[in-house]
Design a binder for this molecule. Structure first.
Ligand SMILES: NC(=O)CC[C@H](N)C(=O)O
Length: 399
């Protein structure tokens, strides 16, 4: 985003940057502001996906975070209503801010309905462009994900006290339950009508007796609902605080535990008793990301904070059962500690980047979960088979 002085300076105007990124260690990065005006604090991570910035920016699991995009050209295809991954928060987003290398140019794509700058503004997301994102990513890899403040002042006059207060007021993600910010507040039924686009998922296969699935919403992504529906499920979504009694009252064939933001250990307080109640009844259970971490906590395992986390769409994961490697979509900053897994939980998937746990299945109950995102969006479709595994588990129980 060029500002007026650019022409006079023949390019990048260093005289008055309109955005700042201030890291907790005092590192100050300046650039061109776009999106919402003001200051926002969060944990700074990097995402290496080469496509799907709109899905990433609307993934509720990013609540409390600022995303550095390593792909340099963000915004080229604009934004549209179909690629929004947020189900519950019309007009808002969980993500606090975004960091781009190149300035955002006018969109060029037949699906675009809006340009990224106006869209970021409308969603309250502060962004900075013109940043050396390679150097920033190297810094995060070396030192871990820092707390940071991102600020945008169109006139280049920043309120230093407000920036400092925002940074001081952000305690980091550890110990934070952010599910109430993004999860459903009431029960709703998922209806695929209207959520399809040419060639996409969304319609339940014909002639298939639908499986009744209760999806517990910790910050559910829309494509998970599409994938469940396409696999033959009829989905009822319940808020994260639903009790086992409330879930079981719907007589589900299966229970799905969604992705979501924040520290899993802080969310376990209410999630764990519900999951334990469902497992006791041997209801087929499938969890993704935060849902995976919740299933692990429910059987007595623990989670830990990662240094740089996994955020991208090209993460190799090995399925230990088949030996196959799947390229996956990832977005997590906490991981299940494999050494804490009880004898009743078998590790099924591992990350080939750092060997961290990426999946478990219970040996005494029909339940499994993965750390990566089989629904992708954005990302490769290698892990779609997991939705069919869930349906197969429900079929088996019925038979
Ligand atoms: N995508 C997710 O569900 C993320 C889970 C959790 N908030 C983490 O960062 O590890």
């Amino acid at each position: 985003m060029a500002h007026e002085q650019d022409a006079a300076h023949g390019g990048w105007d260093e005289a008055r940057p309109t955005a700042r990124l201030l890291l907790a260690d005092g590192t100050l990065i300046e650039g061109d502001g776009l999106g919402a005006v003001g200051a926002a604090a969060g944990e700074l991570c990097f995402n290496t996906a080469m496509t799907g910035y709109e899905e990433i920016l609307t993934d509720p699991s990013y609540a409390g975070q600022i995303i550095t995009f390593t792909f340099p050209h963000i915004g080229n295809v604009g934004v549209n209503d179909d690629d929004v991954e947020t189900v519950n928060m019309a007009g808002a987003s969980g993500v606090r801010g975004a960091v781009f290398a190149a300035d955002v140019t006018s969109p060029s794509n037949w699906r675009a309905t809006r340009d990224l700058d106006a869209w970021l503004k409308a969603r309250g997301i502060v962004a900075i462009a013109g940043v050396d994102t390679r150097a920033l990513t190297a810094l995060i890899r070396e030192k871990g994900m820092p707390n940071a403040v991102i600020a945008h002042a169109p006139d280049g006059r920043f309120d230093d006290a407000a920036i400092k207060a925002a940074l001081d007021g952000f305690a980091g993600l550890e110990g934070q339950d952010l599910v109430p910010l993004v999860g459903a507040t009431q029960r709703y039924g998922w209806d695929e009508a209207g959520w399809t686009w040419p060639g996409a998922y969304g319609a339940r296969p014909e002639g298939v007796e639908p499986k009744r699935v209760v999806a517990v919403d910790y910050g559910l992504k829309r494509n998970i609902l599409r994938m469940l529906t396409t696999a033959g499920c009829e989905v009822t979504v319940l808020p994260a605080t639903a009790t086992a009694e409330e879930v079981l009252a719907l007589d589900p064939d299966g229970v799905f535990l969604s992705n979501g933001p924040g520290d899993p250990a802080a969310t376990g307080a209410y999630a764990v008793p519900m999951i334990q109640g469902v497992l006791e009844k041997k209801i087929p259970t499938f969890g993704i990301c935060l849902g995976h971490q919740m299933l692990a906590l429910a059987v007595g395992a623990s989670t830990k904070k990662m240094r740089q986390g996994h955020h991208g769409a090209n993460h190799p994961v090995k399925d230990l059962t088949t030996g196959k490697v799947e390229i996956t979509s990832m977005n997590h900053g906490f991981a299940v500690d494999r050494d804490s897994l009880p004898a009743s939980a078998r590790e099924t998937h591992v990350s080939l980047f750092d060997g961290s746990n990426c999946g478990i299945e219970l040996t005494d109950r029909p339940a499994f979960s993965v750390q990566h995102h089989p629904e992708a969006s954005p990302g490769p479709q290698d892990s779609h088979y997991l939705f069919h595994r869930f349906v197969g588990m429900m079929d088996e129980r019925k038979a």
